[in-house]
Design a protein around this ligand. Structure first.
Ligand code: NAP
Ligand code: MG
Length: 524
């Protein structure tokens, strides 16, 4: 197979009228199919259920984008059984063919790029630029893991002794239950699903209940490509209703999860318990929450720092695992920078993101809205509200304006718990050592950034700031596949490093084979 080296998918320039027009066309296309019915797909069979998940537009929750069939225990059971049966053939498929499925799927998604992005604008409230980046990342995952499989599929290096021929090959695990979040509804969902499939496993994808439509659009790509039935089973359902069944099923071999700490820890615990008939130790890949910080030192470029803090805190309404929810600022520049951050954040426009001019859209669901409101209430007593802090009720969309709370104690609730919304806590530090201590003092360790100019201090931060993804003099969001393998420490998860060279290993196991000399050597 002739495969060019991996390159990140470029982002769309919406200042060009032709791109803007094309995107508007895609939005109209998604809108024109509003209310469509989406089935479950198990073993290639489309199944309609009475019970539905309503995929609604968070900017106007009267708008139902899709009525998605909803798996109950019976369908979930069937999905695992089907995936287990299909594994018996798919496990022996040619790795090059599997890689090709991903590369071709990337091409199809590239062609339909704006449709995928437009779906996210309407299904979860991403703005155009954020949605475009999410789709680009999904394309990257397919392009990257497809190429990675070509590397892992080959015989790996082992030492040889005179009496034997030895080799090591990577083989798949079995049925993978894939449980993504709604916040990168295309990229993370795609990444975990295609990593499962390309390595020769079969997948039961249970998308997040707030973003089932975009997941179906991915399914449709693989259907179009003729992926064998039963390899990719699309099984939307409520996590609290069928999650346990999927995780605990004795035929489930591994779980690829991204989401909250609470749900992730529950999965780790349930997967650890042997079930009757189970003959393996389940593997759990669990990427979870964050309480990410940006440290700004006394010698930082304050304008750049303010820009980075605001972009990281309020991009996609702060609903990123990598979002900056704490700005830790050296006391010497504290007042000046707080003012700059507030001034910059005041420029943010809030409203339905179908309008390209709105930077911040609604938060994803009523649940999210209520939870964030509760934290803002707590925050009012834990610091000085310098921006926002008021939430308008009774609107058609779940809008929360950027909220900034200064003078927050490092141990305060809003400085420790993941809020997952547009709420930034600002903390004052005495010096760099104090700032690093504060930054590391949560149970999480996902992303972080540092603004400062002294090389010695930068080196210190690089050594001591304990996060899976650290950035110097830039924002703490926007990891690129291949460039910034992504995953966190401590309660942020298993550090799987999605988009990196080690990632596919998590979906494989190694088999060592040695032939006593005298037989024909192995075919390479
Ligand atoms: P969530 O509430 O934990 O849900 C994640 C997924 O788990 C959803 O598909 C959900 O299904 C499912 N689920 C819920 N209960 C379950 C159960 N008992 N058993 C099995 N599955 C269950 O998280 P979210 O609100 O979607 O996403 C936000 C969280 O994800 C944040 O904490 C964020 O930091 C984290 N995140 C982490 C990363 C990372 O790389 N570290 C990346 C993105 C997001 P339902 O939708 O049906 O409930
Ligand atoms: Mg929605």
């Amino acid at each position: 197979m002739d495969v060019k080296p991996f390159k990140n998918e470029p982002l769309t320039d919406f200042s060009k009228p032709e791109n803007k027009k094309a995107f508007e066309g895609a939005l109209n296309k998604i809108k024109s199919r509003m209310g469509r019915e989406v089935p479950l797909v198990i073993g290639g069979k489309k199944i309609k259920t009475k019970d539905k998940i309503m995929s609604v537009n968070p900017a106007n929750h009267r708008e139902v984008l899709a009525k998605v069939s909803k798996a109950g225990p019976e369908e979930a059971e069937k999905a695992i059984e089907t995936a287990a049966e299909t594994f018996e053939t798919w496990r022996y498929s040619d790795y090059k063919e599997r890689a090709e499925f991903l590369l071709k799927a990337a091409d199809i998604m590239r062609r339909k790029k704006h449709e995928f992005s437009a779906c996210m604008v309407l299904e979860v409230g991403k703005n155009w630029v954020e949605a475009d980046a999410d789709t680009a990342e999904a394309i990257d995952f397919m392009d990257f893991y497809g190429r990675e499989m070509l590397r892992y599929g080959k015989d790996q290096e082992v030492d040889q002794i005179p009496t034997e021929d030895s080799r090591l090959v990577y083989i798949p695990l079995g049925v993978g239950v894939v449980i993504p979040p709604w916040n990168f509804p295309c990229a993370i969902m795609t990444g975990m699903t295609v990593a499962t499939i390309v390595t020769g496993n079969t997948a039961v994808l249970k998308p997040a209940s707030d973003s089932p439509l975009i997941a179906y659009m991915l399914y449709e790509i693989f259907e179009e490509l003729g992926l064998p039935k039963g390899v990719f089973n699309y099984c939307p359902g409520s996590g609290s209703e069928i999650g346990d069944l999927l995780v605990e099923h004795p035929k489930t071999r591994f779980i690829a999860f991204t989401g909250s700490k609470e749900v992730g820890l529950g999965i780790v615990e349930k997967a650890a318990k042997m079930q009757p008939g189970q003959i393996w130790i389940k593997r759990v890949i669990a990427e979870m929450g964050g309480k990410d910080a940006i440290i700004v030192d006394k010698d930082a470029d304050l304008k750049a720092a303010a820009e980075g803090v605001v972009a990281s805190a309020f991009g996609f309404q702060g609903q990123k695992c990598s979002a900056c929810s704490r700005a830790i600022i050296h006391k010497k520049v504290y007042d000046e920078l707080v003012e700059k951050i507030v001034e910059r954040a005041k420029e943010i426009s809030v409203g339905p993101t179908a309008d390209v001019n709105n930077y911040m859209g609604p938060v994803c669901s009523l649940n999210a809205f209520e939870k964030i409101k509760k934290y803002i209430g707590i925050g009012r007593n834990e610091g000085r509200v310098v921006l926002g802090g008021e939430v308008e009720e009774g609107k058609d969309g779940w809008f929360i304006p950027p909220t900034i709370i200064a003078d927050v104690d490092p141990k305060a609730v809003i400085a420790q718990e993941e809020i997952f919304g547009p709420v930034l806590s600002i903390i004052k530090a005495d010096d760099l050592d104090d700032a690093i201590e504060i930054a590391n003092d949560t149970e999480y360790g996902l992303t972080g950034a540092y603004y400062g100019s002294d090389l010695k201090n930068i080196e210190k931060v690089e050594e001591r700031f304990f996060v899976g993804n650290l950035y110097i003099n830039r924002k703490c969001t926007a990891a690129l596949v291949g460039v910034h393998p992504f995953g966190g420490f401590n309660m942020s998860g298993t550090d799987s490093k999605a988009g990196g060279k080690d990632y596919l290993l998590l979906f494989l196991q190694a088999k060592t084979i040695s032939r006593f000399k005298g037989l024909k050597p192995f075919k390479k």
